[in-house]
Design a protein around this ligand. Sequence first.
Ligand code: ATP
Length: 216
Amino acid sequence: MSDSGDGVIRRVGMFGGAFDPPHGAHRSLAEVAIEQLGLDVLHVLPTGQAWHKARPLTDASHRVAMCQLAFGDLPRARIDDREIHRQGPSYTADTLAELRREYPLAELYLVLGADQLLAFRSWVRWQDVMSLARLAVAARARSIGAQALDQPAEEADLSGVDLPFVPLTMPLNPVSATAVRARLAAVGPDAAALDLLVPAPVASYISQNHLYQTPT
Ligand code: ATP
């Protein structure tokens, strides 16, 4: 287990997502969060069947494998597949409550992008989330759909958000998993088409496993 050098775990991050697939902005967000928040450990949690995503997700074993490839070399990141094994929908409040029990003395941070902050009050038991963890938020483009890479990125406006959060300093990155899937469905399993969008080992994995060949 990583720690600040004295064996004490003081700051723990939770970074959840569908990671379908994990892409370059996910990777940057994990790096920035670890560095800027001084995290001793960042739990990266591929979700089971996310309650807020209508689309069926790619098989969990693939998403976990791609997370290992995307984040596994970050010494303080830990791929945590507990939500995959949970029965029923995954709620962040439940995962944070578990992390609180596992790290009773640590400060907990929930790492997320601005799109999720803007939707935060629709989350199940969002007040519990707020009482368990501080929110650490990266800027995100306003448009995050399939066309996200085709137009100049404009930053989502957080000025109306009246919840406390720690801003993470990360350059705006317009990539979204939706745009990656759309590009793959359009060009086929050509790893070169993904070069700047997903970490190279993830691009190879997608190509080898023929993932995302049809539009979703
Ligand atoms: P999809 O396009 O399938 O909805 P996504 O790209 O939004 O996926 P998720 O796995 O849903 O990826 O996101 C996990 C977390 O990473 C969320 O908190 C999300 O806000 C954040 N995130 C994803 N992409 C970016 C980005 N380009 N910049 C900042 N944060 C991001």
